[in-house]
Design a protein around this ligand. Structure first.
Ligand code: MTE
Length: 312
C-alpha cells in the first residue's frame, strides 16, 4: 500500500490522538486509518488468495460472477478487530455470537428484544448483491437474509419515526480495536425510514448458503446494496427508530469525507480520490462504477428532488 503521511489524510483534531495510536499499532499503513475501505490500490494486495470467479459459478442481477467464498471471508473491513483487511479473519475467529440479542426500540409502539433464534426463523431468502466498497473495490456476494422491513413491522414504528439507527456490539475484550479510543465506539449507522423499508434492504445472517462468519458480521448485519459497503454495519445488537438523522461512525470519524447517504455515485468524488471506477476483487483491470450500484430502477425514486452531490 502506498505511504501517505497521516497529516495529509486526517483532520487536525484526529491527527494528534491518531499519532499515539500509530506509535503502538504494528505495521499498519497510515493511509488506511481513516478511509472506510482503505486507500485505493492499483493492483490486488499480496498474501490473500484472490482467484478469479469460476465460470461455473452463478452470477448477480447484472450477470457479474460471484466472488469466491474464500475471498469474501479473508479480505474484510472490520475496524473492531483490525485495520488490516487480511487480519480480520484470524483475529475474529473466536468471536462469540451466541447467545445474541437484538434490542429494537425507540419511537415504536412495541419495543422488543429478539433472540437470534427468533430472527433466524424469519423467512430465509438467498439474494445476490454487489457489495461495493467506498473507493477501491467491489465483490459480488450471495447473501442470505430477510428484509429489514419484516423486523420493523414487528415493533410498529410511530409516525414520528423518520430514521433507523443501528449499533454494533461494544465489547473491547473480544474486539481489540475498540481498545483504541481515537475512534467513536460503538460503530453506528443510519438509514432513512423509507430506505430501511425498501425490499432490497436486508438483515443478512449468512452467505453462500452458510451462516455468516465472524469477519463478515456474524451473527447479523445490514446490507443496503445500492450504497457503499461501509453502510453495512456488522454484528448488530441495537436498532432504534428515531426522529433525527443519526450520526454514523464514518460521519463522526471523518465528517469532511463521509456523508449520511453513501449512495454509490460515480459522479461524486471522495475528497481524496475519484469514485468513477472500481476494482472488482479477482479482476486486474478497473471497471466503471454504476450509479446506485446498478439498482437505479429500484431505488432512484427514493432520492427524487435530492441533490446527490450535496447529499453524498
Ligand atoms: N461494521 C462494523 N461494525 N465495523 C466496521 O469496521 N466496516 C464497514 C462495513 N461494516 C465495518 C462495518 C466497511 S468500511 C465495509 S467496506 C464493510 O463492512 C465490509 O464488509 P465485508 O468485510 O463483509 O466485505
Amino acid at each position: 500500500m502506498e505511504k501517505i503521511s497521516a497529516s495529509e489524510i486526517t483532520p487536525e483534531h484526529l491527527y494528534l490522538t491518531r499519532r499515539q495510536f500509530i506509535a503502538t499499532a504494528s505495521a499498519v499503513a497510515a493511509g488506511a486509518l481513516l478511509s472506510a475501505c482503505g486507500a485505493p490500490t492499483p493492483t490486488p494486495t499480496s498474501g490473500v488468495a484472490l482467484p478469479a470467479p469460476k465460470a461455473s459459478q452463478a452470477a448477480d442481477e447484472l450477470g457479474d460472477k460471484l466472488t469466491p467464498y474464500d475471498t469474501i471471508t479473508n479480505y474484510n473491513n472490520y475496524y473492531e478487530f483490525s485495520l488490516d483487511k487480511e487480519s480480520v479473519a484470524p483475529l475474529s475467529k473466536n468471536f462469540r455470537t451466541s447467545p445474541w440479542t437484538v434490542q429494537v426500540g425507540g419511537l415504536v409502539n412495541q419495543p422488543r428484544t429478539f433472540g437470534l433464534e427468533e430472527l433466524l426463523k424469519f423467512e430465509q431468502e438467498e439474494r445476490i448483491y454487489r457489495l461495493r466498497c467506498v473507493e477501491a473495490w467491489s465483490m459480488v456476494i450471495p447473501w442470505i437474509g430477510f428484509p429489514l422491513s419484516k423486523l420493523l413491522a414487528q415493533v410498529d414504528p410511530l409516525s414520528k419515526a423518520k430514521y433507523v439507527r443501528f449499533e454494533t456490539l461494544y465489547d473491547p475484550k473480544q474486539m481489540p480495536g475498540q481498545q483504541n479510543s481515537f475512534m467513536d465506539w460503538p460503530y453506528v449507522e443510519g438509514l432513512r425510514l423509507d430506505e430501511a423499508m425498501h425490499d432490497l434492504t436486508i438483515l443478512a445472517t449468512g452467505l453462500y448458503g452458510k451462516p455468516l462468519p465472524p469477519q463478515d458480521g456474524a451473527p447479523i448485519r445490514l446490507i443496503v446494496p445500492w450504497k457503499y459497503g461501509f453502510k453495512g454495519i456488522k454484528s448488530i445488537v441495537k436498532i432504534d427508530l428515531v426522529e433525527e438523522m443519526p450520526i454514523s461512525f464514518w460521519m463522526a470519524s471523518a465528517p469532511h469525507e463521509y456523508g449520511f447517504y453513501a449512495n454509490v455515485n460515480p459522479d461524486v468524488s471522495h475528497p481524496r480520490w475519484s469514485q468513477a471506477t472500481e476494482r472488482r476483487i479477482g479482476e486486474l483491470s478497473r471497471r466503471k462504477t454504476i450509479l446506485f450500484n446498478g439498482y437505479a430502477d429500484q431505488v432512484a425514486q427514493l432520492y427524487a428532488g435530492l441533490d446527490l452531490r450535496k447529499n453524498y
